[in-house]
Write a protein that binds this ligand. Structure first.
Ligand code: ATP
Length: 367
């Protein structure tokens, strides 16, 4: 369970490599006990940010506070954090138990206590009884759990995980997601995970920071990121989205009206924002929130489009229909659940279709 109280406070954190700002003036609070994810495309700076928290990389500017103390000058081994790496490096010649206890032995903990704590850590990751094995006698998933046990055994205040599941195959990765969440819940340690896999972040994290080009674009719980993205980058990066450009006609009492040159009627969205009339804005509309029909649907005065099905993507549980509503603009994607076991699709190539959505669907974004 997380509290509002931040365990990590990051202010103006910057890391430059020559002229490139890999991390660019980032402000971020990570709460005590939360499962926090840094998510973003390759090269956005998430690993660099994590490595600065660990002390493996020195910032060019800004501060990192851990429990209120500035740790900028504190060396790696003196920080109350521990890191699990992408390639879960374990010593191949040591037993599992010795691997897990290694850090404690180095720190001068007695042999007996080391053994006791290493066994406890192995039990936490469901590897009780595996202590005598060598790493090559374990599966990939089990080796990853040894790496986790080794990081947890020192009882860090924060555990940093850099793409911890990326070396595992898809099935195992999904299973390990759940195990990581349960583990974090039982140890109560703050977890900060780096991933470029949005489904991983959405399924595991309490809150996610979406990064792009060294900057944090939005920090929010998974459902809020998906339903209320703050900008087009986040709307597009998380899940699938249609972005339809227009101009704000009015914005009053929680209702935004947008006129879009490619749509035959105004867009009316219920949303608490203050946009000036005439502002260029985009309707961000998720494919599953659009209704697709052969005949016109709704009241016919707003939130509608019509066009022709140009492409179909069959995904098993859903089909995505790509609908052309105007020449030279992106096709509108509509996903529709395949509820019946039908071999014929509801719509086919070349069908004239009508699209509609309610004022509770989608958000209007001005950037
Ligand atoms: P990935 O998911 O691919 O690991 P990332 O979001 O973790 O990406 P970083 O590894 O933090 O990204 O890198 C951010 C940027 O900084 C990239 O453009 C990268 O090329 C650059 N960078 C990272 N480390 C160095 C370095 N030691 N020297 C020069 N540039 C670097």
């Amino acid at each position: 369970m997380s509290t509002e109280d931040p365990i990590i406070e990051i202010r103006g954190l910057t890391k430059r490599y020559g002229s490139l700002a890999a991390v660019d003036a980032v402000d971020l609070d990570i709460r005590r006990g939360e499962f926090f994810a840094l998510l973003g495309p390759s090269g956005c700076g998430k690993t660099t940010l994590l490595r600065m928290i660990a002390g493996l990389e020195m910032p060019t500017g800004g501060t990192i506070r851990l429990e209120g103390n500035d740790v900028s000058a504190v060396p790696v081994n003196k920080r109350p954090v521990n890191m699990v790496f992408q390639s879960y490096a374990v010593f191949p010649h040591m037993s599992v138990l010795d691997n897990v206890g290694y850090g404690l032995r180095i720190a001068g903990v007695t042999r007996e206590e080391t053994r006791h704590r290493a066994e406890e850590a192995l039990a936490l990751v469901k590897l009780a009884g595996y202590g005598a094995r060598r790493p090559d006698q374990l599966s990939g998933g089990q080796r990853q759990r040894v790496a986790l046990a080794r990081a947890l055994v020192k009882q860090p205040k924060v555990l940093l995980l850099d793409e911890p599941l990326s070396a595992l195959d898809a099935k195992l990765r999904e299973q390990m997601r759940l195990e990581l969440v349960n583990l974090q819940d039982s140890v109560g340690i703050t977890f900060v995970i780096v991933t470029h896999d949005q489904s991983e972040a959405l399924s595991m994290a309490d809150r996610i920071a979406v990064m792009d080009a060294g900057q944090v674009r939005q920090v929010a719980p998974p459902a809020e990121l998906y339903e209320f993205p703050a900008n087009r980058f986040v709307a597009d990066f998380i899940g699938s989205v249609n972005l339809i450009e227009g101009q704000v006609e009015s914005c009053d009492a929680g209702i935004v009206t947008l006129s879009c040159p490619d749509l035959p009627a105004p867009v009316v969205i219920r949303q608490q924002v203050t946009y000036a009339t005439g502002t260029t804005a985009w309707l961000a509309l998720r494919p599953e929130k659009i209704d697709i029909t052969h005949e016109p649907d709704g009241d016919g005065t707003s939130n509608l489009a019509h066009g022709v099905v140009e492409e179909i993507t069959y995904l098993g549980e859903t089909s995505v229909y790509h609908v052309r509503v105007a020449p030279d603009v992106p096709l509108i994607k509509v996903s529709s659940a395949n509820l019946d076991r039908v071999t014929r699709r509801r719509f086919t190539w070349g069908d004239n279709v009508h699209l509609s959505w309610t004022s509770e669907c989608g958000v209007v974004l001005d950037r």
